[in-house]
Design a protein around this ligand. Sequence first.
Ligand code: PLP
Length: 431
Amino acid sequence: MNYQSIFEDAIDQLKAEKRYRVFADLERIVGRFPRALWRKEGKENEPREIVVWCSNDYLGMGQHQSVLGAMIETAQGLGTGAGGTRNISGTSHPLVELEAELADLHGKEAGLVFTSGFVSNEAGISTIAKLLPDCLILSDELNHASMIEGIRRSGCEKKLWRHNDVEHLEELLEAAEPGRAKLIVFESVYSMDGDVAPIKEICDLAEKYGALTYIDEVHAVGMYGPRGGGIADREGLMGRIDVIEGTLAKAFGTLGGYITGTKAICDAVRSYAPGFIFTTALPPAIAAAAAASIRHLKRSSAERDMQQRQAQRTKDVLGAAGLPVMPTSTHIVPVMVGDPDLCKKASDLLLEEHGIYIQPINYPTVPRGTERLRVTPTPFHDDALVDALKDALVDVWTRLGLPLTGPVSLDDDTDEITPPVTKMAVPRSGG
Ligand SMILES: *Cc1c(COP(=O)(O)O)cnc(C)c1O
């Protein structure tokens, strides 16, 4: 058997479909966020300064002095690695403090930290669902890959409900046996469309039908709510959600993931999840840096306010120039291309000719035909950078013959994905 050719064929297939992923060689520069050095393949010795427009370090906290300081100081005091799993090496004190900080952030009894948000979803969802007898999982159809992995690993029966469609969710809940254990899993901010779940309506249904709720607030923690607890914090709903999951790697600018909930749930996951038990804990320096970031964002709304301002300005400026911006109510600004090859070409031209980095988003991250550039303005993308982005995009759009139609809505093309605003306006019965 020619083993190598099998792998080569698999790669060739991605290339033929124009969705082979190429990772840019980037070096971020402390103090100059969102600027970075880019090394083109084959020209590694000639780094060029570029502007990053698609980072999930949404608030630039990865370079915040208090976060950097906590990381350096803790590494110097406690060393680099954790030294083993928590069973073997104990829990480093910065991790104890981080979990308390997280429980407080979400108003929960307990928090449990994992090595990534991906692992927290995979381990959290699978363990919670597995422990519930004959659990039925109800999952939004656009849930993240890590949640899908968790659902798969649980081995439980699963039903998908149409994205943000609470009526469909209610149909599924109604059809289930009344006494059966049910787990509703969903996100708050969906990162590719930038839309928001109808959290209150979902909580109403969960109460009406006796279901447990699990929310992924990965793209909202740090950025929404008076203390950065996420969309549920902003809407005063954290107390109605059983498990709030988040990441330390996006707006908090470090690494790691977590769940928060009751002591019983966190303790059960801690005790039963292989993805928690059999892997080395987060290093103390990262835990301390994450805690410093959370603490800062609990007190300061300046970063959140500025991010919202620059996101709105970006939408306005790009939309006014005729660029097909997808309207969102969040900090995420998707610009529709609708073709994988053109999406990659647009991204390449932006980088090579304009020094602007925005990676192409292709299938399977988004449905085929909805390939896009996903722009994430931060507090550090000032008005001049926004204007330069607009000019660069208009140039690229013109050169590639892409239409300058102005803002577009996904539901123009498909009836599967509907804007959240409409859905949230649907009056709910019961609860
Ligand atoms: C990025 C992401 C995760 C995973 O978080 P990491 O900390 O990067 O592993 C989970 N859920 C959603 C919705 C995400 O976008």
